[in-house]
Design a protein around this ligand. Sequence first.
Ligand SMILES: [Mg+2]
Length: 340
Amino acid sequence: MRSERDLLRWLQRHVTPARPDIRLGIGDDAAVLIPPPNRQLVVMSDALVEDIHFRRRYVPAEAMGHKALAVNLSDCAAMGATPRFCLLSLAVPPDARALAEGIVAGLLALADRTQVALVGGDTTASPQGLFIDVTLIGDVATDGVVTRAGAHPGDHIFVSGWLGAAAAALQALERQLPPPDATAQMRFLFPEPRLKLGQRLAERQLATAMIDLSDGLSLDLARLCEASGVGAILEAEALPIAPAAFAIAGEPNGARHLALDGGEDYELLFTVSPEQLPAVFEVREQLAEEGIPLTGIGRITETTTVMLRHHGALRPLQAGGYDHFTRFEKDGNGATDSSA
Ligand SMILES: [Mg+2]
């Protein structure tokens, strides 16, 4: 497509058909949406920037679009919310115009599957580098929202899925090695946000606090603990480390480092009071049927430090995940690392 008008026409042909909660979709000055009665709106946005979050040479256009929505859906899941609408802003450099359609198609495929309607956005030229920004609007029951701030000493810490898979796949791509395995490759290129798990936990009020793992377990757990005013002890031997992390690292310490600090897992990390453990075990059984493990990896403590127990010895766990601004300062160039 050559112009913004072409893209708009293409979008109008491809977006979700009429829905009762959309009075006005793409094409006017703004979308007009009807909020569900007795629900709170949950709104979030996240941008993907070329050479900061992805590289064009190994991320297909469809994966860029998928991921731009998926990272927002993952935040939505971490609030226990149900996603409804999204907006897409796309800044495209001249040499990437051919990718625009694929990016939108990748976003729409995931939007369809998760019943999210694309209701607006913007396209513009970019002097260099692709920029994909998605705003997502969801809703949650008035008493159903789960924040990062509710963890109490004694709570159990759970994580979904396998950790370090996406980081392992990214390393393979960066080092131009064959992908460690197909699952890890998919986890990196087409992450599947844990929406159902987030909603289940929220509906039954099983999680005292929750966060999605975007920047690495060590950093995201530190964020949850800071928001809750607590600390934690993580059990190194309990971590569900992805087979791909072992394959790429070649030894257990390196694999554990990928699982703790690698980032881009897009799994859910949440805390559960001891009284709610049996109910969470039920959820774990349901999830196991879908092939997704749910693993207890530690406990919340009263002190505000995060510790790692390994072979019986406790040591402070450095929050080694990805922080965009500190990484930018260290490198003097954010474009030298594409993990996020
Ligand atoms: Mg998040």
